[in-house]
Design a protein around this ligand. Sequence first.
Ligand code: SF4
Length: 64
Amino acid sequence: MKIRVDESKCQGHSRCYIIAPELFEVDDYGYSHSRFGTDIPTDLEEKARLACENCPEFAIEIAD
Ligand code: SF4
């Protein structure tokens, strides 16, 4: 699975980090990016989907 956080959409409220801290890192302002670049481990795919569904800005893109 591939993942990307669109920096132009991210508003930095860290909701994704609260859901999946093992998958996302946030900067001092709460803006998020993937800890693993674009390719994420298989065991985190479900968390990636959950974070994507819960991002209010639709900033997280995932693709199988
Ligand atoms: S939930 Fe979405 S908008 Fe908020 S920090 Fe995460 S990626 Fe950015």
